[in-house]
Design a binder for this molecule. Structure first.
Ligand code: MN
Length: 204
């Protein structure tokens, strides 16, 4: 038993011109693959942990044996977060449905206001991390940021949208211009997938 990367659901160049092929290739084959390899190495002596889904480990990493806690937080979080990230993007993007717009407007007034709040969170991450749109245990929407490979699932939040703002996600094409990367990324968001995750989390 070992953790493995699911195949990327599209070609490396499929998100061009918004996310370039070289960045996608390095991101998937070096960064994401690295988290998986290091997670497997760290858990080699813990077959009972290896047998669990990565999501379960990341969710409860503070309760794990101290010897593996940091590895699960960082490498397990990296594996979980990247698998999620690939799944909410699609070539050319998929537009938000009226249902999803309504859900977002109920919480953020307008869709544009939501995007502004999300972008502000993504820009304000100091160093490496992520911006997320999550469902709380009370089924409300919340925009949050996490550092490094921390994941909202550890705090009982269910992510339905997430953006990797580590420099490795954008530096080749956008250099230090993180806001330009964020602007471009909206074009490849799969809002049909976001809605599927929303409906599953809220039982609607
Ligand atoms: Mn990344």
């Amino acid at each position: 038993m070992a953790f493995t990367q699911a195949p990327l659901p599209y070609a490396f160049d499929a998100l061009e011109p918004y996310i370039d092929a070289r960045t996608m290739e390095i991101h998937y084959t070096a960064h994401h693959a690295g988290y998986v390899a290091k997670l497997n190495a760290a858990l080699e002596a813990y077959p009972e942990l290896m047998a669990q889904p990565v999501e379960a480990l990341v969710r409860s990493y503070p309760d794990l044996p101290e010897a593996v806690r940091i590895a699960v937080r960082n490498q397990g979080g990296g594996h979980y977060n990247h698998t999620f990230f690939w799944s909410i993007m699609t070539p050319g993007g998929k537009a938000e449905s009226p249902f999803m717009v309504q859900c977002i407007e109920q919480r953020f007034q307008t869709f544009k206001d939501f995007q502004k709040e999300f972008e502000a969170k993504a820009v304000s991450v100091f160093g490496s991390g992520w911006a997320w749109l999550c469902i709380t245990p009370h089924h409300t929407l919340e925009v949050v940021a996490t550092s490094n490979q921390d994941s909202p699932i550890t705090n009982d939040l269910t992510p339905i949208l997430g953006l990797d703002v580590w420099e490795h996600a954008y530096y080749l094409k956008y250099q230090s211009k993180r806001p330009s990367y964020i602007d471009a990324w909206w074009h490849v968001v799969d809002w049909a997938k976001v809605e599927e995750l929303y409906r599953a989390a809220c039982n609607t």
